[in-house]
Design a protein around this ligand. Structure first.
Ligand code: MN
Length: 239
């Protein structure tokens, strides 16, 4: 696919994704026949590109969402036709390609999912809400306080060598903070519900913070985490 076709393709996919949000019915999606020509859509960014500034600039979001996230979607869709993964949902591709050790499929699919989850982990400063009573209680019990949980999440992100992700997860009904390398994602694990994540690939912060990863993780975890969505995920966790 040449550059122009790819751009048109992504724009079409983005419009389709935005449209599909209205009246989306997950149950129907699960039972619908799987068309071999299914394409993986780029979800719409849940906030304006400039709404996380000055902690994350519009320029960073523009490249991160517009080039990196979009690029993973384009790369995966270019590989799917004729492959054993054609027709699968994104989650099915991630699980199957991980089991097959099919790195090009897994890396692109997992990065699509991780980035969508990252955008959903963030909210403009002051609008991410607070943990629900249930999540707040278990956060305090596990980490001492919400603030300390945020600090430990940043610390986990800082310690990740090279590229990867830091996660707040429910694992076996306990809250834990972990990090994953490169495209690895907790989605493939049983008994795990991710609540929040922080992207610690350099493209997530280099335009704004250069090599100061700790400044980025501190600002994001203190000011931009979407505790409202984390609380929703906590309530819906698999137990
Ligand atoms: Mn990224």
């Amino acid at each position: 696919m040449d550059t122009i076709s790819r751009r048109n393709f992504i724009e079409t996919a983005t419009v389709a994704a935005a449209a599909s949000v209205v009246g989306a019915d997950a149950t129907k999606q699960e039972t619908a026949p799987k068309p071999a020509n299914r394409i993986i859509l780029l979800p719409k960014l849940p906030f304006a590109e400039n709404s996380l500034a000055p902690i994350i600039s519009a320029e960073t979001i523009g490249f991160h969402y517009g080039k990196h996230h979009t690029g993973y979607v384009a790369a995966l869709n270019a590989m799917l036709p004729g492959s054993k993964y054609a027709g699968m949902t994104l989650e099915e591709i991630i699980v199957a390609s991980k089991a097959d050790n099919a790195a090009p499929f897994f890396n692109n699919a997992a990065q699509i999912w991780n980035h969508t989850f990252y955008w959903d982990s963030l909210a403009p400063a002051g609008s991410g809400g607070k943990p629900s009573k249930a999540l707040g209680e278990v956060l305090s019990k596990t980490f001492g306080s919400v603030e300390n949980c945020a600090r430990l999440l940043a610390e986990s992100a800082n310690k990740r060598f090279g590229c990867g992700w830091a996660w707040l997860l429910v694992r076996d009904n306990k809250l834990v903070i972990e990090s994953t390398s490169n495209a690895d994602t907790p989605l493939t694990e049983k008994g795990v519900t991710p609540l929040l994540c922080v992207d610690v690939w350099e493209h997530a912060y280099y335009l704004d913070y250069q090599n100061r990863r700790a400044a980025y993780t501190q600002a994001v975890t203190e000011k931009l985490l979407n505790w409202g969505k984390a609380s929703f995920r906590y309530a819906k966790r698999s137990v």
